[in-house]
Design a protein around this ligand. Structure first.
Ligand code: ZN
Length: 328
């Protein structure tokens, strides 16, 4: 790889005294830590004492979900990203959709990678290590790629993603706000998907070098500008998560070190019937995710094999406007 990036993932350099982003040595307890769910998000959505389950079974409060981070990475590089994203999220979905896409990608990457770091690389409960069982060598390479992309916050990086504007697929939706459950986080670390509900803003991202944006952007953009009920957002998330599992060919990426920093390329990709980017997706695949996300019984979501219910459109194909209190 290149001298400008830190190869922390492939070299397994994970410890409480190593900055997760640049590899600098830090003193636990004295130096800064990075909150995986940013402090402003915890303030805005009252999350400080809310607890979540990590993959390794640990129950942890959002306030304690932190990763080791040096002061320059924390106070300079990542703080800049937070400021920009905070202003846009508070302004609404349209502002988030229009903001600098690289900054939005960096922000989502930090959250996704932060969970991954805490859950997989640096388990909070070392008596139950998951490394070696749920993460393969191939996964590690993929995660290293994400770690390089994330390092664009500290190493000047120019992204040339020929198949999309950025090397990720991001879709932003306007939501109806559901009190008191205004925040939601779901991820699939192995397949690189994240779903984030922040009040009236819903964000879906697949870290797939832009593959879903390349083939399926129209499907998601159809719902831009509509105020979606959270259950409709769950359904879109289910579609994205299920599709990510059918990815057959990961677009190739390449880095070139320049005097200014790094040029990051996603190489052009040509699909054809004999060389599709994604495999077939069965209705059940989306249905399984929808059951889990919307906490609905399987027989409701998948009434018969090959069929699943939808909350997005009516029987005659029109957009379904669901009142926020419809299921209360
Ligand atoms: Zn650092």
């Amino acid at each position: 790889m290149t001298g400008k990036f830190f190869d922390g993932v492939l070299e397994h350099k994970f410890s409480e005294s190593t900055c997760f982003l640049c590899g600098a040595h830090i003193q636990p307890g004295k130096d800064t830590v990075e909150h995986v769910i940013p402090k402003w998000v915890q303030n805005e959505f009252d999350l400080w004492n809310v607890r979540i389950h990590l993959l390794n079974g640990t129950l942890i409060k959002y306030r304690n979900l932190v990763i080791p981070c040096c002061q320059p990475c924390n106070n300079e590089h990542l703080a800049k990203v937070e400021q920009v994203v905070q202003a846009n999220v508070l302004a609404g979905a349209e502002a988030v959709r229009a903001m600098d896409r690289v900054v939005l990608m960096q922000w989502l990457l930090k959250i996704f990678f932060g969970f991954l770091y805490r859950e997989v690389f640096l388990p909070a409960d070392r008596a139950k290590p998951h490394v070696g069982t749920i993460v393969t060598a191939e996964d590690m390479e993929q995660f290293q790629l994400l770690h390089y992309m994330l390092q664009s916050v500290r190493v000047p990086t120019k992204f040339d993603a020929f198949i999309n504007d950025i090397p990720a697929s991001i879709f932003v939706f306007e939501l109806k706000e559901h009190e008191p459950f205004r925040f939601d986080y779901k991820d699939d670390v192995i397949h690189g998907c994240l779903c984030l509900r922040l009040g009236r803003v819903g964000i879906l991202v697949a870290f797939d070098s832009g593959a879903q944006a390349f083939v399926g952007a129209d499907y998601f953009s159809e719902y831009y500008g509509r105020a979606l009920h959270p259950i409709q957002f769950d359904e879109l998330a289910a579609s994205m998560f299920a599709k990510a599992r059918t990815l057959l060919v990961n677009p190739k990426t390449m880095f070139v070190e320049t005097p200014q920093g790094i040029d990051f390329y996603v190489l052009p990709f040509a699909t054809s019937p004999s060389r599709p980017m994604f495999g077939e997706m069965l209705p059940e695949a989306v249905g399984e995710f929808l059951c889990r996300f919307a906490r609905l019984p399987r027989e409701v979501v998948i009434p018969e094999p090959g069929k699943r219910i939808t909350f997005l459109v009516t029987d005659d194909g029109q957009f379904r406007d669901i009142p926020i209190d419809a299921f209360d």
